[in-house]
Design a protein around this ligand. Sequence first.
Ligand code: FAD
Length: 314
Amino acid sequence: MSEVLVLVDHAGGTVRKTTNEMLTIARKLGEPSAVFIGKLSDEATAALKKFGAAKIYAVDGGHVNPYIVAPKAEVLADLVKKTSPAAVLIASSAEGKEIAARLAVKTESGLITDAVDVAEGGVTTQSVFAGNYTVQAKVTKGTPIIAVKPNSATPEESEGAGAVEEITPEISDVAKGARIVGVEPKKSSGRPELNDAAIVVAGGRGTGGNFEPVEELADSLGAAVGASRAAVDSGWYPHSFQIGQTGKVVSPQLYIANGISGAIQHRAGMQTSKTIVAVNKDEEAPIFELVDFGVVGDLHSVLPKATEEINKRK
Ligand code: FAD
């Protein structure tokens, strides 16, 4: 069975859920081999095995980590040459898409970004035009390189052999042209990252600037918090939490929109969510055209009640 390379998406060594999703998808195409760039810990090895990695290529972080995307694309291009994989899966994040594009050029291969599913045989469902359409596509040249959107699959456990092969990469001087000179960690809210959260609770202008009920509901559900542009432009929430055409595109299992009207530019960032719930005091609000469940009411009274009920049932 051919290998399928999966570039491990991790945060400081901790394997992200996106990786488990990609390993699950990879098993439909062949035998998953994880490519871990950075210091591979026992915990990360165990996590990758748990979701089916038959092999783990541990690429010594010493050479690759201080640099940005170009060396990672070189590492993958060497592995593609060495293993002739059935496909390469990479997270469809800003960084992942850049690595994927560079890899496609280096290996003269076709690339599909924003994949939401890959079927046996490599037919890929791709989300396009900000989630307004899905298309079926298949790479017909070189090695299929597929950038997979977070939350596209339900991760399924399947113990893999997880044989670790250490690789010391040789990085060209060109790829070392841009170097990371400083890293400043963001203050952690303790909430999951917006991009890969399974549940997102978002607030808009209807919050009137008080995000407390939104945050409390999010915390009761272990969810990430998001915001509409109106809320961000009003200075109520940081831009990094904006969802929409000019913000982040999320696709969680559950999206709860609170005091958000449902403008087309906001929809572009959340309409591929699996289940959509809205709380809005205007029953004519366009967001209700999109929802699975809607509550017509004032978020300042609805949300605390929902939070209380959820906390009671924990
Ligand atoms: P509003 O449209 O003002 O809606 C507020 C809603 O809250 C209303 O439906 C109201 O009934 C409800 N409400 C009020 N009070 C309460 C209450 N107490 N309880 C419950 N409901 C209440 N927008 C984005 O979100 N993301 C983007 O990335 C984005 N990109 C854009 C790019 C461009 C080029 C342009 C032109 C616009 C963009 N916008 C974006 C802006 C977008 O068009 C809307 O203006 C914006 O989404 C509106 O935000 P909102 O729904 O929070 O506010």
